[in-house]
Ligand binder design. Structure first.
Ligand SMILES: Cc1cc2nc3c(=O)[nH]c(=O)nc-3n(C[C@H](O)[C@H](O)[C@H](O)COP(=O)(O)OP(=O)(O)OC[C@H]3O[C@@H](n4cnc5c(N)ncnc54)[C@H](O)[C@@H]3O)c2cc1C
Length: 382
């Protein structure tokens, strides 16, 4: 972006180089085999990226939404699956602990998560409660010095690898009686990964179901007070929606780059397909849409960094960027013809990966509900 600072440009370059050398060459392999590029993930810790928004006193980089999104964009171009795991760790787990946990809890958990010694996950969704997350049923009951947790958590990114889970539970009858805990998975009797989930896209990101059967979680691992969870959820929503949209931007840009390359190399009727006006139209529109996505996203990140982004704006970004990335990825397949539909070119993988962002972290329909509700309420208050 034209207004990026020198430091932000340098960060983008470091991430781009790392993505090209360490992530992109293995993206297809991890997609095909549904495996996790843990080596690259750990190296992100060495680069200081795993705690990008966390406080420096715990080893974090202390940066904002713009920088976190720069990382998502650059990594997203190379392997959206691995980037989703990076997002679950750095934004859904680390950033949440950094924003909501006590100084003792931060000192205990953040340093190892930030170096990459430990891997993090965030568990909110359940088999029966996705969009209606506040209806969750996973229950924590207070006992002597600890809580007993019972229930299941579904669709959890990094489940199979997580040492630390930022867990949402129900602690009372009222819909909003929700309480958050930090769970040490290796140290928690009654905890297990009950299912590995196989997916259409984002296959380089492990996803699983977590099961808690009379699992004992120390009271000292409760984040804040009982009933604070809804407040915790709301506090981090905007940055989560902006940064996941960075992955969509990376996918769109990767598609544009692939299409330009292919249009100059592939010949039909004795000339490069890029000479045909219908192909030119596709490329021009894709590129223009990607630039529009970039401006809208980074403009919104800048607002977040200045403390000015609204819930409506973040939902608008999360609605538009994932939708546009899926459309661009589908166009990219069309431009590649039969090869686009095969596994010989990355656009097929990028399309499967793009679709997830229309579902995860709140579906398109939920974003529409939020935007419309906010706009109509504001109008009624005027
Ligand atoms: C790959 C992957 C990774 C994920 N990672 C995590 C993670 O790390 N942690 C975590 O907690 N969760 C995670 N999720 C869960 C994700 O956030 C949910 O899938 C999402 O919130 C939607 O919930 P659901 O799948 O239960 O769909 P549902 O809520 O059952 O929705 C089904 C359909 O109904 C629509 N719908 C629902 N309510 C309404 C309404 N009121 N009006 C109109 N339409 C409606 C939805 O938009 C959707 O089209 C992940 C999901 C996936 C697929």
């Amino acid at each position: 972006m034209w207004y990026f600072t020198e430091e932000q440009r340098q960060l983008a370059q470091v991430c781009k180089d790392f993505a090209q050398n360490e992530i992109a060459p293995k993206a297809e392999h991890h997609d095909t085999h549904e495996t996790f590029n843990i080596e690259a993930f750990k190296k992100m810790g060495e680069l200081g990226l795993l705690g990008i928004t966390a406080d420096p006193e715990y080893g974090g980089a202390g940066l904002g939404a713009t920088e976190a999104t720069i990382v998502m964009e650059e990594f997203g171009k190379a392997c959206p699956g691995l980037t989703l795991s990076y997002l679950a760790h750095s934004m859904l787990c680390v950033n949440n602990i950094n924003s909501n946990a006590s100084a003792e809890q931060k000192a205990k958990y953040l340093p190892k998560l930030i170096t990459g010694e430990h891997i993090g996950a965030m568990a909110m969704s359940e088999p029966g409660y996705g969009s209606d997350a506040v209806g969750m049923q996973c229950k924590a009951t207070k006992a002597d010095g600890h809580y007993v947790v019972n229930g299941n958590k579904m669709w959890i990114t990094n489940a199979q690898y997580a040492d630390t889970v930022y867990l949402y539970t129900r602690t009372g009858k009222d819909k909003k009686d929700l309480t958050t805990f930090i769970v040490d998975t290796k140290d928690c009797e009654g905890f297990s990964v009950s299912k590995e989930i196989h997916k259409m896209g984002m296959r380089g990101s492990p996803t699983g179901e977590l099961s808690f059967e009379n699992a004992k979680v120390p009271e000292t691992n409760r984040v804040g007070n009982e009933g604070d969870s809804v407040h915790h959820m709301m506090k981090n929503l905007e940055i989560e929606r902006l940064t996941i949209s960075g992955i969509s931007l990376g996918i769109a840009q990767a598609c544009v780059d692939q299409c330009i390359k292919y249009a100059t190399e592939r010949e039909q009727f004795g000339k490069p397909i890029g000479d045909f006006q219908m192909i030119q139209k596709m490329i021009a529109e894709m590129a223009a849409e990607t630039e529009m996505m970039r401006s809208f996203l980074y403009d919104s990140c800048k607002l977040w960094d200045e403390g000015k982004v609204s819930n409506t704006r973040a939902a608008m970004v999360k609605l538009q960027l994932p939708k546009m990335a899926t459309k661009i990825a589908l166009d990219a397949i069309q431009l590649h013809g039969g090869y686009g539909y095969s596994r010989e070119f990355p656009v097929e993988r990028l399309m499967r990966d793009a679709k997830l962002n229309e579902i995860g972290a709140g579906t398109n329909e939920v974003m529409i509900m939020i935007i419309a509700k906010n706009l109509l309420r504001e109008a009624a208050q005027r």
